[in-house]
Unconditional design. Structure first.
Ligand code: ZN
Length: 415
């Protein structure tokens, strides 16, 4: 199974916006892009929202049928592990093997020694085509990398083997993710992670490292843009080298778990992939749910009232809502408007505060981040929430489509 050069993960908490998402993708494809949609949803999201993997599959299939879309598309079991993978086997054809929690777990000494020995030919000054200065590969570095990543890649092998047995070789896309950790992986580490995966026969097609900088949920990138650009380009070059050197799948590419809306690094990524003629997978999960709330606010009346209720219910539960996302949320409580204040807002004021237009005078990233993690609040509202989404489907859908097309695809692919 091939993913295609460009692909986008459009996570959708409530599985109601498949058509609007696909419509944005088809609009980009009409301009000649050829980007593949992937509907991704993590186990964590399914649990909070109360959906099951079949819902994501139905959402994708229905959108494809309704819009008469003829291209390839996938359903991604996002961030699964050996404990959670089984219920996704039937409905998914893309699996994100999350092995982050195995980073740093001890491996057998003989395995570490065997890995280090297998890297003898790379020791010394290793020149990766395109990277200016050679990488300095020492015995110590190799031991360090093995200590950090051998157990994690072994775990990827175990999940992959399970899937291979259940679904058959070649019948699914394999992604390996290590992004939900504190410290970024360097391009050198990426090189040897890929060697480990190749040694173990894991045909990884997308790899999601942790990049330098902060990837907070739903807001822009925070970090050193030059450093990111350097690291991102080196990762792309390392992957190119690893594909040839270790015999990994030809179409192996980076997967950027963006946490949505990393507008300031989109042009950097666009330049690098264009410069080296490489592919990219980008996950923008979460963005769609915020557009639903914006759409309800824009609809006014009962929609706006519900959008206000979601804020009210989130404001008082913010510690609990933010807890699972502690590493990727930076809310300054002093910058959050009071419930009374928000209850007095117009449709426009609410939408402009939440919508991600960074230089808009009403935009408030604290407000946006809180709503971003508040989908559990909407899930608890149940039909009250989803019935209004259906009632205001047109305005909500246009917000979802505009967001993916105008704010994401246009920036990422210079449309
Ligand atoms: Zn991730």
């Amino acid at each position: 199974m091939k993913l295609g050069k460009y692909s986008i993960g459009v996570g959708d908490r409530f599985t109601l916006q498949g058509k609007a998402q696909l419509s944005a993708i088809m609009k980009a494809n009409e301009k000649g892009l050829e980007i593949t949609p992937v509907w991704n949803k993590s186990n964590r999201e399914h649990i909070y929202v109360g959906t099951v993997p079949a819902d994501t599959r139905n959402e994708a299939d229905e959108a494809v049928k309704a819009l008469n879309y003829k291209g390839a598309y996938f359903v991604d079991a996002d961030h699964i592990n050996l404990d959670t993978v089984s219920k996704y086997v039937e409905m998914s054809d893309f699996f994100t093997l999350d092995v982050a929690s195995f980073i740093g777990k001890e491996s057998k000494k003989e395995d570490v020694d065997a890995f280090v020995a297998s890297c003898k030919k790379y020791m010394g000054q290793l020149q990766i085509p395109g990277i200016e200065s050679p990488l300095n590969i020492t015995d110590e570095l190799l031991h360090d990398v093995a200590g950090k990543f051998l157990a994690a890649t072994q775990q990827a092998y175990e999940i992959y083997s399970y899937l291979k047995k259940e679904k058959g070789e070649g019948n699914f896309i394999t992604e390996v993710s290590m992004d939900e950790v504190e410290s970024p992986q360097t391009p050198i580490e990426m090189l040897f992670i890929l060697k480990m995966l190749a040694d173990k026969g894991v045909p990884v097609q997308t790899i999601a490292p942790k990049f330098t900088g902060r990837f907070n949920k739903g807001v822009d990138y925070v970090g050193d843009l030059d450093q990111f650009a350097k690291e991102f380009e080196e990762d792309v070059l390392v992957i190119d080298y690893a594909v040839k050197e270790f015999g990994l799948p030809q179409d192996l590419k980076l997967s950027v778990h963006s946490g949505s809306d990393k507008f300031s690094i989109y042009p950097i990524m666009a330049n690098v992939i264009a410069k080296h003629d490489k592919g990219l997978h980008i996950k923008t999960a979460g963005t769609t749910w915020l557009e639903e709330v914006i759409g309800l606010a824009v609809a006014g009346g009962d929609g706006l009232s519900l959008a206000k209720k979601i804020y009210e219910n989130s404001y008082n539960r913010r510690d609990e809502l933010c807890a699972p996302y502690a590493d990727v949320i930076d809310i300054d409580p002093a910058q959050l408007p009071s419930i009374e204040e928000v209850n007095g807002w117009s449709s426009e004021k609410y939408a402009n505060t939440l919508r991600h237009i960074p230089n808009h005078p009403d935009y408030n990233s604290n407000f946006r981040q809180l709503i971003h993690v508040a989908y559990a609040v909407a899930a608890k509202l149940g039909d009250e929430y989803t019935d209004l989404l259906t009632k205001h489907a047109e305005v909500v859908g246009s917000c979802v489509e505009e967001n993916i097309y105008d704010r994401h695809l246009k920036r990422l692919f210079n449309l």
